[in-house]
Design a protein around this ligand. Structure first.
Ligand code: SF4
Length: 460
């Protein structure tokens, strides 16, 4: 396995190759963790001498970074593999690899249905991709590399080796934890990403320090249950709040975000860090998933609506202007009308600033897939009602912010209207405002003048 424990100062420089050997394309589906993994894959391929192609169909190496959280992205990945088939037939030297959660789950099926795939690689094996590409180029035989850490609670001495030669950018994702031990009954992640393990603190600090030196001002820390970071580290427990305080001390880092915390592990020390550490943003994306205790229990979410409310109250008492966003699933197996009404009531009670709302999608191999399913028509109507409720609340909350001032990190021109700049406030509201593109990368104060569903328009 390529993942050995690294020390700061001994982090690998894999970017020495100068000769261009061909082109690569990474197609990504799914979450921010996948986006981050895809960036890593690109960096590893660049270290082999491949440069980015503008189209997968002309690339020499094509990687599919797949997602299994719902059926739709799996269907898209299989369809994309089908599209690649004639190109591989025309250019047999093309290398096709499949990575990500679907690769971890369905490696044999992927190969059976797509004999033109050269390798399948599991979620904990991103660092082995350059070796796999070389092996395919030399030996031209199918390879599968799937090992996942299996022991719950084991002290982690090996974590995936990351490529640290990242390019300069204003905002960056940094994974701090991999896998999950929670086993919610609807979720396939503990199977696809393995048991929870944290990256050593010194590696994270070193990566953030390097990013800051290249101009990164905002870092988002990633983990499936990010606030349970630090358990079972060889160096001893490092609470998540302590990690935030350490990273806040890295010169040049102006903003720290994180996603997603798990409610049961959300303790007062984290609320204090949000309140007291200037670099920690006043925004929290905390998945509620459902507003009924019976539903939460069937989902094996280990908290109640009231314990969730205590965290929300604690956060809003400490930082009244905090932005709170969430995830909600409708149509979970057996969801009754009164349980759905309880979820709607919870949305009215918590008045989230934003929400990702999904219809439940059965994942084979999870306990919920075996439960009695809700009719698609019913879950569709419930989703419509939920979205309608949340959008009304969202707009009302944005309307109430007109006239207020926000610190905004300027990301650059708005893609759909380049005469406006855009950026997020500390409470994670998107603001659009007229301004000079030279402001990109700076923190400005914007006064909100006009609300809309997804944020605010304002003036600097
Ligand atoms: S906490 Fe639950 S929903 Fe989140 S990754 Fe773990 S098992 Fe999945």
């Amino acid at each position: 396995m390529a993942s050995s424990l690294l020390r700061p100062g001994s982090l690998p420089n894999l970017s020495g190759t100068k000769t261009v050997r061909g082109t690569y394309f990474v197609q990504t589906w799914g979450c921010q963790m996948n986006e981050e993994d895809s960036e890593q894959m690109g960096l590893y391929l660049q270290s082999l001498g491949f440069v980015k192609a503008s189209s997968p169909f002309e690339a020499h190496v094509v990687l599919l970074n797949t997602c299994s959280v719902r059926k739709k992205p799996e269907d898209k990945a299989f369809s994309f593999l089908g599209e690649l088939r004639p190109f591989k037939a025309a250019r047999p030297d093309m290398v096709i690899g499949v990575a990500g959660c679907m690769a971890q789950l369905r490696a044999d099926e992927i190969k059976r249905r797509n004999p033109h795939v050269d390798f399948v690689v599991g979620t904990a094996q991103v660092a082995s991709i350059p070796g796999l590409v070389e092996e395919v180029l030399q030996k031209r035989r199918f390879i599968k590399r799937m090992e996942l850490p299996e022991r719950k609670g084991a002290v982690v001495t090996e974590v995936p080796q990351r490529h640290v030669e990242r390019g300069g950018k204003l905002k960056a994702f940094v994974p701090i934890q991999y896998g999950c031990d929670k086993f919610c009954t609807f979720c396939i992640v503990p199977t696809t990403r393995g048991r929870e393990r944290s990256r050593p603190t010194e590696h994270i600090v070193e990566e953030v320090r390097r990013l800051a030196e290249l101009g990164t001002k905002e870092v988002t820390l990633l983990g499936q249950t990010v606030n349970s970071y630090g358990k079972n580290l060889a160096e001893g427990r490092v609470p998540f709040s302590q990690l935030l305080r350490l990273l806040a001390g890295v010169p040049g880092i102006e903003r720290l975000r994180y996603t997603s915390p798990y409610p049961r592990d959300f303790k007062d020390d984290l609320i204090e860090a949000i309140r007291d550490v200037p670099q920690v943003m006043e925004h929290c994306h905390m998945p509620l998933q459902a507003g009924d205790d019976g539903l939460l229990s069937r989902m094996k979410r280990v908290y109640t609506v009231e314990s969730f409310a205590q965290i929300v109250n604690g956060l809003r008492e400490a930082v009244p202007w905090i932005g709170l966003t969430t995830d909600i699933i409708v149509g979970f197996p057996g969801e009754t009308d009164s349980e759905f009404q309880a979820t709607l009531a919870a949305m009215e009670r918590f008045r989230f600033d934003g929400a990702f709302m999904f219809r439940y999608s059965p994942r084979p191999g999870t306990p919920a897939a075996e439960m009695t399913q809700v009719a698609t028509r019913v879950s569709g109507l419930r989703l419509e009602k939920l979205i309608e409720t949340q959008h009304r609340i969202q707009l009302e909350k944005n309307e109430a912010l007109v006239g207020q001032e926000f610190e905004v990190l300027v990301e650059g021109p708005t893609p759909k209207n380049p005469s406006l700049l855009q950026g997020y406030s500390r409470c994670f509201r998107m603001l659009h405002f007229p301004g000079d593109s030279g402001l990109k990368g700076s923190l400005v104060t914007v006064r909100a003048t006009e609300p809309h569903l997804w944020g605010l328009v304002g003036t600097v």
